[in-house]
Design a protein around this ligand. Structure first.
Ligand code: SF4
Length: 123
């Protein structure tokens, strides 16, 4: 079980295998990625950064978000592996994904998190 200071719930990451990737699919949303993460992921995929950005990212103001694709009745991150139901770039996923489900937003939206994540338990 994972816990983090300031959060009144814990997370069992072993449940991810039975979930089907609900944190990477569903409603459309931003998946922010930093310049350092862009550089690392482009290298991993053997692409130069310009090519990587145009293929996989959208620019919003001065920030970049990972593109989405249609999936079931909603959306999925473009890096969501539909047959394995997991992240195809797991070791290089952005901090936003690594820090899930410990987002400040969920401190006041626990019901929403509970609907999305089967690994959550209130302390
Ligand atoms: S980068 Fe990986 S972990 Fe993050 S939303 Fe996309 S598929 Fe999910």
């Amino acid at each position: 079980m994972l816990r983090q200071d300031g959060f009144d719930y814990e997370f069992d990451s072993t449940k991810c295998s039975e979930c089907g990737g609900r944190c990477c699919t569903g409603e459309s949303g931003y998946i922010w990625i930093s310049p350092n993460e862009i550089s690392a992921l482009a290298g991993y995929l053997s692409l130069d950064e310009g090519e990587f950005r145009s293929k996989f990212l959208e620019k919003h103001g001065y920030k970049f978000s990972i593109k989405e694709k249609n999936y079931n009745d909603g959306y999925a991150c473009i890096f969501f592996n539909e047959s394995e139901k997991n992240c195809s770039i797991y070791e290089f996923r952005p901090k936003q994904c690594m820090s899930f489900p410990f987002w400040d937003y969920f401190k006041n939206h626990f019901d929403e998190l509970e609907r999305e994540c089967v690994g959550i338990r209130r302390l």
